[in-house]
Ligand binder design. Structure first.
Ligand SMILES: CC(=O)N[C@H]1[C@@H](OP(=O)(O)OP(=O)(O)OC[C@H]2O[C@@H](n3ccc(=O)[nH]c3=O)[C@H](O)[C@@H]2O)O[C@H](CO)[C@@H](O)[C@@H]1O
Ligand SMILES: C=C(OP(=O)(O)O)C(=O)O
Length: 437
């Protein structure tokens, strides 16, 4: 098992470059299934375990997929298979995003039931409601969801009960090849939705209104491959902005798009963090003292749930009482228990947590409970007294490329080692002196 070891107390400075967005690339690769002609070339693809998983899903569905130099090339022109088995869906819930494209292309899709995960039960009823409205018959049998349509999907008017990101994406993909027009109301407005719509349009599709709450998709007979570059990852960018802020550092986050992060920028400014929008990125300067604020996660453009745990790390160091309310997922506070090992006092009250800072964070052995929790624990470790050792890095690798390496390049005292070879594999000169302290 691997672990990341971080020793707190270093201000970060320098430039860090943001990767392509994980939450964009997964639906975009799923959408390449829609192309019955030509190859799709997807650029700025991060080397994340989730990307390898979605590529495997496509290969399993009879596509040819190449991944080199941050570019994924997909040829989906052969007849497609229709089943995404449990082994992939278990690894990554976003595998369910192939369902809309498969159903539209082949008239059938079989996807293993995704089940819950550490952050909540995560049902997909809104995805299925959309497919049914377009004429599909949906069954759940033997642990699989099966959707089938006798002829072609038909455009429909669909209202989502909640602006679900995945449901908006899956329905958009299905509607792209349906007969007639689909109007999707109360759709998600995340930048990743706009990125997916841009790809579908580049493939010959007709999607308007992505990024607003009403999306109109006029179905076309056929789509072709396209060349598309993924937008920068606003959550990775936000995580490095918090890293700069928490250490009182000065970091340029290259590639960060401020318009994608207005709620985060507003909250960081309220806390006293200096943020300057520059050409091709944002510069973040952390203050001597951080101010406490309250945060409520919401669908975009509200505060992103995917930044909730990282903000919790930052608010632990703020002066005064802060409250975070999580409204998107019902169980996204698993990291609180791990933070408590670091000598901090966090109270959970229903869907909110309350903190009274600044905390005297102490290094500890902690385990990542999910992807963003992994990042948050490392962020806390950057300002902890002594060493923090973070395990369960499979979560981190789903969403961050070389996280420890990027932090080290900004001056953090951090290494990644095999657990049993903690000392011999340590590469940091600074840390190796008393790594077992
Ligand atoms: C790969 C990807 O892009 N993942 C992101 C996507 O996940 P994902 O697409 O799964 O998130 P959704 O927006 O669909 O889910 C938000 C909430 O709606 C509920 N829900 C969703 C669909 C449904 O049919 N029924 C239902 O009840 C979910 O359980 C959850 O409580 O958006 C989330 C919310 O911004 C982010 O945290 C994830 O990082
Ligand atoms: C929850 C997340 O991702 P996923 O939906 O892929 O689990 C995330 O990116 O924080």
């Amino acid at each position: 098992m691997e672990k990341i070891i971080v020793r707190g107390g270093h201000k970060l400075s320098g430039t860090v470059k943001v990767e392509g967005a994980k939450n964009s690339v997964l639906p975009v690769i799923a959408a390449t299934l829609l192309a019955s002609k030509g190859k799709s070339v997807i650029r700025d693809v991060p080397t994340l375990s989730d990307v390898y998983t979605i590529n495997e899903v496509l290969r399993h569905l009879n596509c040819q997929v190449k991944f080199e130099n941050n570019t994924v090339t997909v040829d989906a022109s052969e007849e497609l298979f229709v089943e995404a088995p449990f082994e992939y869906v278990r690894k990554m819930r976003a595998s369910v995003l192939v369902m809309g494209s498969l159903l539209a292309r082949t008239g059938k899709a079989r996807v293993a039931l995704p089940g819950g995960c550490a952050i909540g039960s995560r049902p997909i009823d809104q995805h299925l409601k959309g497919f049914e409205a377009m004429g599909a018959v949906v069954r759940v049998e033997n642990g699989f969801i099966e959707a089938e349509v006798t002829k072609r999907l038909k455009g429909a008017k669909i209202y989502l009960d909640f602006p679900s990101v995945g449901a908006t994406e899956n329905i958009m993909m299905a509607a792209a090849l349906a007969e007639g027009t689909t109007v999707l109301e109360n759709s998600a407005k995340e930048p990743e939705i706009v990125d997916l719509a841009n790809l579908i349009n580049a493939m010959g599709g007709k999607v308007v209104g992505a990024g607003t709450e009403t999306i109109r998709i006029e179905g076309v007979e056929e789509l072709h491959g396209a060349d598309h570059t993924i937008i920068p990852d606003r959550i990775e960018a936000g995580t490095f902005m918090v890293a700069a802020a928490i250490t009182g550092g000065d970091v340029f986050v290259q590639g960060a798009v401020p318009e994608h992060m207005s709620s985060l920028i507003a909250k960081l400014k309220e806390m006293g963090v200096q943020i300057t929008e520059e050409d091709n990125g944002v510069r973040v300067v952390g203050p001597e003292k951080l101010k406490a604020v309250d945060i409520k996660t919401m669908p975009h453009p509200g505060f992103p749930t995917d930044m909730q745990s990282q903000m919790m790390a930052l608010l632990l160091k703020a002066e005064g009482t802060s409250m975070i309310t999580e409204t998107v997922f019902e169980n996204r506070f698993m990291h609180v228990e791990e933070f408590r090992r670091m000598n901090v006092n966090i109270k959970i009250e229903g869907r909110s947590v309350i903190m009274n800072g600044p905390a005297d964070i102490q290094g500890a052995e902690v385990a990542a409970t999910d992807l963003r929790a992994a990042a948050a624990l490392i962020l806390a470790g950057l300002v902890g007294e002594g060493y923090t050792r973070v395990t369960e890095l499979k979560h981190l690798d789903r969403g961050y490329v070389n996280f420890h390496g990027k932090l080290a390049s900004l001056g953090a005292d951090i290494i990644r080692v095999k657990e049993e070879a903690e000392v011999s594999e340590a590469s940091s000169e600074k840390m190796i002196t008393d790594i077992n302290a």
